[in-house]
Design a protein around this ligand. Structure first.
Ligand SMILES: Cc1ncc(COP(=O)(O)O)c(C=O)c1O
Length: 344
């Protein structure tokens, strides 16, 4: 019973098949292959936009390289304190940008707000040589708290960003889950709402190791290709990375998988909701739940074989835990977890 993360399960059957097919014969290396070209074309269709798309093998690389391209070394990137780029990437955005600063802005449910961004920007004086200069805003969709920005919320942030000359980056490690929740088109959820660059996630949603940086404006690509090479993310046998993303996109496997993991999270929430002592920290929009439980219950669940992460230390005899459903989580595990929680 593993709810620790959506990257704990393996790859979708379609991705394994595509990997096998990509293995046939020889192909040009370093992204010059037919599958990578096909992926670029499919991404353009998917987003209804001419895109510049670059596969990489981790979400950290996608975020750090995208942000480094948008930001000078003396720049600032505004993000939420829960953002993966500041909390869980070991300084990769700062490293790859040669020292740009991540500036924090608060907001409920893991989401930035225009008011909080404005507040953060107030502390940075444009043109003052002593201050880092605002360059970008980064939002995560779905957020690290399992919530999703509504389109109007993204619009409000992108409007502010544009009015201040900032670029908007979206960390979409769980973009598919957000889209499954919002029920809108990929175009509406990104460039039409003012997103400039997207880190498109595949790994959490059925790939082995495949993400892509998607630029909606070719002018922003600048030196990205050199940055990707220097970081070691220009994979020589790129066809295998591209094949994974193609397998997810063609046939809408990515949305099927995301709908399933979101639905499992809803089932879990429904089953846990009426148990005494259970409290949800955030609305459950996507595939992650943050649940406060009595420590005794947490210990019993673990003793019974349930795996999940504590999201902070115990406070007042209760611990906030994170439960993440994956595209491959067995339904029986969701039912089993609910049963265990009830009896615990
Ligand atoms: C929101 C978010 N962004 C980015 C990443 C980075 O992915 P990776 O572990 O592949 O570097 C993760 C992984 O947990 C994530 O949750």
């Amino acid at each position: 019973m593993n709810f620790t993360s959506d990257n704990c399960y393996g790859a979708a059957a379609e991705v394994i098949d595509a990997f096998q097919t990509a293995n046939d014969g020889a192909a040009p290396s370093y992204g010059e292959d037919k599958l990578t070209a096909r992926l670029n074309a499919r991404m353009a269709e998917l987003f209804e936009h001419d895109v510049a798309m670059f596969p990489v093998v981790t979400g950290t690389a996608a975020n750090a390289l995208a942000l480094a391209t948008l930001t000078p070394p003396h720049g600032a990137i505004v993000c939420h304190p829960e953002a993966h780029i500041v909390a869980d990437e070991c300084g990769a955005p700062e490293f790859f940008s040669n020292g740009a600063r991540l500036v924090l802005a608060e907001g409920g449910d893991g989401k930035l707000t225009p008011a909080a961004i404005k507040q953060a920007l107030k502390r940075l004086q444009i043109g003052l040589v002593h201050h880092v200069q605002p360059a970008a805003v980064s939002i995560t969709q779905a957020t690290e708290c399992g919530t999703c920005y509504g389109l109007e919320e993204i619009f409000a942030i992108s409007g502010l960003a544009k009015s201040r000359g900032l670029k908007l980056h979206m960390d979409g490690a769980r973009f598919a889950n957000a889209l499954a929740y919002l029920g809108c088109s990929p175009a509406d959820a990104t460039w039409r709402a003012g997103v400039d660059v997207l880190s498109f996630g595949g790994t959490k949603n059925g790939a082995f190791c495949a993400e892509a940086v998607v630029f909606f404006d070719h002018a922003l690509v600048r030196d990205f290709e050199y940055r990707r090479k220097r970081s070691g993310h220009l994979v020589s046998k790129m066809r295998f990375v591209s094949a994974q993303l193609l397998a997810l996109i063609e046939g809408d496997i990515w949305l099927r998988n995301a709908r399933r993991s979101n639905a499992l999270a809803q089932t879990l929430a429904k089953g846990l909701r009426d148990i005494e002592g259970v409290e949800f920290a955030y609305p459950i929009d996507a595939n992650s739940l943050f649940v406060r439980l009595p420590d005794k219950t947490v210990a019993r669940l673990r003793d019974a074989g349930a795996d999940f992460l504590d999201w902070g230390p115990s406070e007042g005899g209760r611990t906030l835990i994170r439960l993440v459903c994956s595209f491959a989580t067995p339904e029986a595990d969701v039912d089993g977890f609910i049963e265990l929680a009830r009896s615990a």
